[in-house]
Design a protein around this ligand. Structure first.
Ligand code: SAM
Length: 242
């Protein structure tokens, strides 16, 4: 192999390592992560959901799969396609998910986490996912309900009623709030502090001080508060069976 090829190979592997690290931080978030409370909860929910699947040689499609936090929860995958509009070392299908380049009924599991808010029309994406799933196949999705706009591509937020409408043609649907209002409110404060702290040093200090404090207060607040008020739930996990 030529030296330039070896360097390119090392660079790709480095980028892949960064993405895998980013994925692991989403699956097992540290306490200094401003999204700790919802990532932690989603991880629990997805662990339980995937554990309950009895599938051999599953064909899995990760929609918006630039980073693949939940991939390691599916060791029984035979094929793992990852579709995204951004090419990374983990993406093997470069395409717009509103036109999935897959045949009808060709996939056993679709994972679609934190991406539906970016598409032009979420109902088109929901129809496409339904089309490519085989009958009895499952969709595992997560979607934000309250989150500051993070880019110019960010278009939508979702409530349970919207999610029920989007996935109404599935035969089974489960929607789980990833937190109630106390943790949701404190997580939003943590995210905004992280946004506003423009310098790495400021983020580092926040990550050692206020953000862990907000995370712990959110966690304990939900345990001790008698209400499970969901008016400030910030994110939902969704499981739908075709
Ligand atoms: C916030 S990231 C989520 C990554 C990963 N699914 C996760 O949960 O960490 C959203 C991803 O969706 C991708 N994306 C946005 N719009 C898309 C589209 N129309 N088709 C395919 N991918 C899209 C983005 O490029 C990005 O990689």
């Amino acid at each position: 192999m030529a030296t330039s090829d070896i360097c390119a190979d090392l660079r790709t592997r480095e980028v892949a390592d960064d993405l895998v690290r980013a994925g692991r931080e989403r699956l097992y978030p540290g306490i200094s992560n401003p999204n700790w409370c919802i990532l932690r909860r989603r991880s629990e929910i997805f662990h339980r959901w995937f554990h309950g699947l009895c599938l051999q040689n599953a064909r899995v499609l990760d929609v918006g799969g630039r980073i693949q936090p939940y991939r390691e929860l599916i060791p029984f995958a035979h094929t793992y396609w990852s579709i995204d509009i951004r090419q990374t070392a983990l993406v093997n299908v470069l395409a717009n998910a509103e036109h999935l380049p897959f045949a009808d009924n060709s996939v056993d599991i679709v994972i679609c986490t934190q991406m539906i808010e970016y598409v032009t029309d979420p109902s088109v994406l929901a129809r496409e996912i339904h089309r490519v799933l085989r009958v009895g196949g499952s969709l595992f999705l997560s979607a934000p309900s309250i989150f500051p706009r993070d880019s110019v591509q960010d278009r939508w937020r979702f409530f349970p009623v919207t999610l029920r409408q989007l996935f109404s043609n599935f035969s089974e649907l489960e929607i789980i709030p990833e937190c109630a209002s106390v943790a949701g409110f404190l997580r939003t404060v943590a995210v905004m502090l992280h946004f506003w702290a423009r310098y790495d040093a400021a983020r580092f200090v926040l990550g050692l001080s206020l953000i862990p404090l907000l995370n712990i207060c959110g966690y304990l607040g939900e345990i001790v508060s008698s209400t499970r008020d969901g008016s400030f739930t910030v994110n939902y996990s969704v499981r739908a069976v075709k």
